[in-house]
Structure formats: C-alpha cells, structure tokens
Design a protein around this ligand. Structure first.
Ligand SMILES: C[S@@+](CC[C@H](N)C(=O)[O-])C[C@H]1O[C@@H](n2cnc3c(N)ncnc32)[C@H](O)[C@@H]1O
Length: 505
C-alpha cells in the first residue's frame, strides 16, 4: 500500500480532474478524493508523483475512464422532468421538422447520458412524434463512465427506473423480463452509445451546426464554471441554427452564454440557439447584486447594508468588458465605461426619495452605451415610484442587452402585477426565480400569487423556499427589490403567509 496522499497531492489531483473531465470538487469533498486517489495508487502500484504526472500530462487515457467510474454521479430515470419531454414533443420537434425540408436526418444528442434512460426516452418521444418517414431520427448518447454505458447497452431496467413513465408508454415499449423490464428492440437500436468526454474538444462529437437538439441535463452542475462555459461554447457551435438545448432544471445559462434565447413552455425552461449564433457584443454579466454566485454568498445582516451597497458600487465601477468565453475569439475591447458612482442613488432609494434618485441615475453614463446595472436601477426606481409603464420600457431595453437578467424579469413582473395582469406577472416571477435560484423576492411573490389563487400546496412550497432565501438574501438586493421593506419585515410577512396556508414557519 502506498503512503497516504499529502495535501499537495490532493490539490494536484483535484486540479487535474477539473482540467481533464471538468468535474469540480470543493474542500468538503477532499476526503473522498483522497480515498479515490489512494485506491488508484494501490491498484496501479505507482508512487503518487508518477501517477499524478501521468494524469496531468494527459498521458493516461484509460485512467480517465477508471476515474469516471469512481467520480461521477449516474442518477437518472426514464421521463425525468417529464414536462421537458412534453415541450420536446409539442414544440421543439415540430419546429425542427419545419426548419429544413425532408428528406433529412434529425439529430439528437444526449450528452452525459448515464445508463441510457434519457436517450431512450428521447427515442420513444421521437418515435411517437415524428410520423413523417422521410425524416430519419439519429440519437447519439455520450458518457464518460464505461460502467453506465454497459448498463445502457443491456437495455434492461428495474421498475423503479420507470417511476415517472406514463403507463401506456410502459405497456407499449417495455416487456417484462423476470423482475426487470426489457426495452423494445426498435427503441434500443435507435440509440448509438459512445464513450466520450464533454470536457475535451472532440472534433467528431462537436461537428459544427450538426444537432437539432441537445439534452445535457444534470451534468454541467458538477463542472467548474470555466469548464461549463467551454462545454456550452462547444454545444452552441455544434447545434444547427435555431437548435435547442435542454439543461437540468437547476442549471441555467445566466452569466454563462448569450447565444441562446430562453424558452418557457409546459412549465419548464429550455434554450434555443439564436440565429447566427454569434454573441452580442453588448452582453456582459451584470455586476449589481442580482448576479451573486451561490458560492460567494454570505449572510449579510441588515445593518451592513451600506457596506453591501459600497461593494455593489465598486462592482459597477469595475465593469468588465465582454466576457471572453473559453476557446472563443475575444470580442473587440469596448471603450472603458466612464466612472459612475451609484451609491448616492442607492442611498436616496433607501430614504425612499425616488424622484431624486432617478435624477441621479439619469445624469449617469451616456445613454448610447446602456449599462445593464444602471438600467436595472432605473427600472427599480420607476417601479417604486409607481411609473409601471416607464419601468417596463426600461426593462425591455435591458432584456435586449441581457436576456437572462433576473432582476429585469422581476421588475417586469412587479409592473404587470401593479397593472392587474397576474398571469403575466407569474410568468416573469417564474423566469426570474429560474434564472437566479438564490433570488428570494420572486419566490415570495409566487407564493403570494398562489395563495391568492387558492393553490395552497404551491403557496406553501414557494413561501417555504422564499423564507430560506430571504434569510440569506443580499442586503443591497433587498434594498433594490424589497419594495421598501427590510429583511425582518419581509421574513415576518412570508412567515405569516406560510402559516395561513397551513405551512410550518
Ligand atoms: C446525473 S447523470 C445525468 C444523466 C441524465 N442526463 C439525466 O439527467 O438523467 C450525470 C452523467 O454525466 C456523466 N458525466 C460527467 N462528466 C462527464 C464528462 N466530462 N463527459 C461525459 N459525461 C460526463 C456522468 O458519468 C453521469 O453518467
């Protein structure tokens, strides 16, 4: 048995894993990584330095697959997030069939397919949706872990894997086989499985403008942000113009890519590649509080609000040029934004002196170079001062620059609610909550809307989530979006609404 890996060995191992397969492990997982490293060293009989040099130098290709067996999470089942398959059947496949004339091949990719349940579900849905035989359907499925691919090839599943599969589909496409269910041969043979690494640039897998639809669900959430960006760049390139990308329900492209439109149907979200597929030069991730990454979140207590605002001001002052996404030609650098300090406007907002705050904002950066953060501040001030139509107009301008701006969707929702359009409001609150899962205010409003509509289950769910998020919500974001209420008042409001709906605070 080899000597126990040192902390330095573990750091090298962790870095090599991110760069080879994209997977990121935080400090809490170092113990687990240490066990994996020890097992690999014992198995190969190598000293740690020799082994780590091999992994770092890309010299051990088979080792990547051995590591995949140890490091990946293969949880999956048929018709997982069934609403996405409804959207696929009723919206996406019909649009793709119309996008280019037959005869042609419709290409679907399941990236990170695990033991096959996802690509086989794609095959079932495509079989039932594509009646026109002049379209051939090709389904490709890729995973890093050879063990899950072996299971996929056998096409036999325990009933538990079909827990979300509608009974008529079970009867039609599965055959009892002992305690298991065997997939119909016509579906099994419709999927081509391959060993592949989404974190590597494989020119054959990522041929340009190839796929009509990519499902890459519950994979990128385990990747480092850089590797996730790089994978999304590859997927955007290899999608056909107007092609679709489905991510897991907890994964978003906010702050990752501006090459897609967000689509929201059937109670689910997915992405459509913009025609031309080019990033807009004006796009940049927002630096105001709406874009706090969960990993950086910290509890900010109310009396620290000014500090939080100052930090927001600094973030605005340090506006970055367009993000250069990995492997992508850098955008021509934009002229530096003139310094503009939002702190006085935020201070006036805190004092509810909205008109004066608006004067400050409008005296800010030149209007020919709209800044998402300044627009968001202006929209919030207009909404606070009851000017819903003007606020909506500013939000629409903002969404043209940054379609995934959660704050803009939130303010739009507020405006729709103010003008009595509850449905439109609910839609925008849902988009805001999806784009930024840490954003408390849209959850609170969704809960209140559900309570108003008499849907107590949905109200309890949303309010319970809002309560958790409110406790750790960014103080400056509460100032911007809290409607004049502080954290404690919002928590109290949320708690009492939750109790009223039969929930436990
Ligand atoms: C949680 S499963 C998701 C399965 C399926 N997409 C779903 O949502 O039900 C994640 C899968 O991604 C695979 N995976 C992780 N990193 C990968 C990589 N770099 N390349 C290819 N597959 C990877 C894992 O092996 C695992 O089977």
């Amino acid at each position: 048995m080899n000597a126990q890996p040192t902390r330095l060995d573990l750091e090298r191992f962790r870095t090599a894993i991110v760069s080879r397969v994209g997977l990121q492990f935080d400090d809490a997982k170092l113990g687990f990584l240490g066990e994996v490293l020890q097992r690999r060293l014992d198995k190969l009989g190598q000293p740690s330095d020799t082994y780590l040099r091999g992994v770092e130098r890309d010299g051990l290709n088979g080792e990547v697959n051995a590591l995949a067996r140890e490091l990946t999470v293969g949880e999956t089942y048929f018709f997982r997030n069934i609403e996405q398959f409804r959207a696929l059947r009723e919206i996406v496949l019909p649009e793709r069939l119309h996008s280019a004339p037959a005869p042609r091949t419709l290409r679907l990719l399941s990236a990170g397919c695990a033991s096959g349940e996802e690509p086989y579900t794609l095959a079932i849905v495509a079989r039932e949706a594509v009646a026109d035989t002049s379209f051939e359907v090709a389904i490709r499925a890729v995973d890093l872990n050879p063990a899950v691919l072996e299971k996929a090839a056998s096409a036999r599943y325990a009933p538990w894997a079909l827990r979300e599969t509608p009974p008529d589909i079970q009867r039609k496409w599965f055959h009892p086989d002992g305690r298991d269910l065997r997939l119909d041969e016509s579906i099994r043979s419709a999927v081509r499985f391959e060993l592949g690494n989404l974190a590597s640039h494989d020119p054959e897998l990522w041929l340009p403008a190839t796929y009509d639809v990519i499902f890459c669900r519950n994979v990128l959430m385990y990747f480092s942000p850089e590797q996730m960006r790089a994978a999304i760049v590859r997927m955007a390139r290899s999608l056909a113009p107007g092609g679709f990308l489905f991510l897991g329900h907890a994964e978003t492209l906010r702050g990752v890519s501006d090459r897609f439109h967000l689509r929201h149907t059937h109670g689910t979200f997915y992405y459509e590649l913009k025609e031309g597929g080019e990033p807009s030069r004006a796009w940049m991730p927002s630096s105001l509080p709406q874009s706090r990454a969960p990993a950086q979140s910290a509890v900010v207590v109310d009396d620290e609000w000014f500090d939080a605002i100052r930090k927001a001001s600094e973030r605005v002052a340090a506006l970055m040029p367009s993000p250069s996404v990995a492997n992508e030609p850098a955008a021509p650098s934009l002229p530096a934004a003139p310094f503009w300090d939002p702190a006085p406007a935020l201070d006036l907002l805190r004092q509810e002196r909205f008109a004066e705050a608006l004067v400050h904002v409008r005296a800010g950066p030149a209007p020919d170079k709209p800044d998402p953060d300044v627009l968001l501040l202006e929209a919030a001030l207009l909404a606070h001062s009851g000017q819903a139509a003007a606020a909506e107009e500013v939000c629409q301008r903002l969404l043209k620059i940054d379609e995934f701006n959660a704050g803009a969707h939130y303010v739009l929702a507020l405006c729709r609610e103010q003008s009595g359009h509850q449905d439109g409001a609910g839609e925008h609150y849902r988009v805001a909550a999806y784009l930024d899962p840490q954003f408390a205010m849209p959850r609170l409003h969704l809960g209140l809307l559900a309570r108003h509509a008499g849907d107590r289950d949905a109200a309890r769910r949303e309010l319970a989530q809002a309560l958790l998020l409110l406790k750790r919500e960014d103080a400056s974001r509460l100032l911007l979006f809290g409607g004049g209420f502080g954290r404690e008042a919002l928590v109290t409001l949320c708690r009492s609404a939750l109790v009223e709906c039969g929930g436990r605070p």
